[in-house]
Design a protein around this ligand. Structure first.
Ligand code: SF4
Ligand code: SF4
Length: 293
């Protein structure tokens, strides 16, 4: 998709870790860009939908791996399965299987002398295709204890791309997961551009460097904004030096705004709650630049 000049441009919004204000910024940018489709790939803590009040149009189960089910009729309680489970997931008295400890390896089913254990598909979450006032939004919910998955991120992006094609959207805005692990790599796969949201702290600086290296490795062009830049001007200067060194486009500094918390509590994008704030004016400029990057 990255070389497709006619199709929608895919912009993934990343931060090296959570808490940088990435989702707040994504929601506000979404209100200011035309013909967009949004995808929330932060499947562990999906919260973009909360700010955009979506109407769910389609809901789909997400399956990954298998989980064992013991047939009580066929089981003779020989406890072979308890002995062979390397994860201690089967209770030796009740033969209940702990879904958090179970890795779905299937060894218990293999060794059960009665063939009393069936491996069934593991339903570990759901994803939703929805409509918002600003365009379609695809997002997911992982069930408690289930592991985050690049496969689920891939499913969300596939649906977002399908919708973008159908609606002739100009951009797909992807709210990426924090960190640099597998789901982040799935999020940036096929993207045209990465917008990095940095925060001016020493850990924020090293997180930014790591995520820039990931973008560089996958040949994804990146730009960066520094959120709450006025809180620690010295680190902000360090971040700008790093961006120069790494040839990353600097899109601007955003000031700390008390109203962000209020807007988030009211479940509305900041720029709608505070249309005249300095932060809103800065975000308007960033949205305009992003649309032509
Ligand atoms: S190995 Fe099979 S028969 Fe033995 S306790 Fe486990 S489920 Fe039951
Ligand atoms: S599938 Fe593997 S981890 Fe799960 S209960 Fe069976 S042996 Fe243990």
């Amino acid at each position: 998709m990255s070389d497709n000049k006619n199709g929608p441009r895919e912009i993934v919004i990343l931060s090296g870790k959570g808490g940088t204000g990435k989702t707040t910024i994504t929601a506000s940018l979404a209100t200011m860009m035309d013909k967009i489709v949004m995808a929330d790939c932060d499947v562990d803590a999906s919260n973009l939908y909360m700010l955009l009040s979506p109407k769910v149009m389609r809901e789909q189960d997400f399956f990954m791996g298998v989980r064992p089910e013991i047939s009580r009729q066929e089981c003779t309680q020989c406890l072979v399965c308890v002995d062979v489970c390397a994860f201690g997931a089967i209770n030796g008295e009740s033969l209940e299987i702990d879904p958090v400890e179970c890795e779905g390896c299937g060894v218990c089913a293999w060794f059960c002398p009665q063939n009393a254990i069936e491996l069934v598909e593991n339903r570990c979450g759901k994803w939703f295709s929805s409509e918002t006032r600003f365009g379609p939004l695809v997002y997911a919910e992982l069930f408690p204890g289930e592991e985050n998955s690049g496969k689920l991120v891939f499913a969300i992006k596939e649906e977002a791309r399908r919708l973008a094609e159908e609606r002739a959207a100009s951009h797909i805005l992807v709210d990426g997961p924090p960190g640099i692990a597998c789901p982040v790599i799935s999020s940036i796969s096929g993207a045209d551009h990465a917008l990095l949201v940095a925060e001016p702290t020493l850990s924020g600086l090293s997180d930014l460097e790591r995520v820039l290296d990931v973008c560089h490795h996958f040949h994804i062009k990146a730009s960066c904004i520094i959120n709450r830049a006025d809180l620690f001007p010295e680190v902000t200067r360090e971040i700008r030096r790093l961006l120069d060194e790494k040839n990353c486009t600097f899109l601007g500094e955003l000031p700390f705004e008390k109203g962000v918390m209020d807007a988030n509590q009211r479940l509305v994008p900041f720029v709608e709650a505070y249309p005249k704030a300095t932060l809103t004016r800065r975000l308007e400029k960033i949205a305009a630049r992003l649309a032509v990057l």
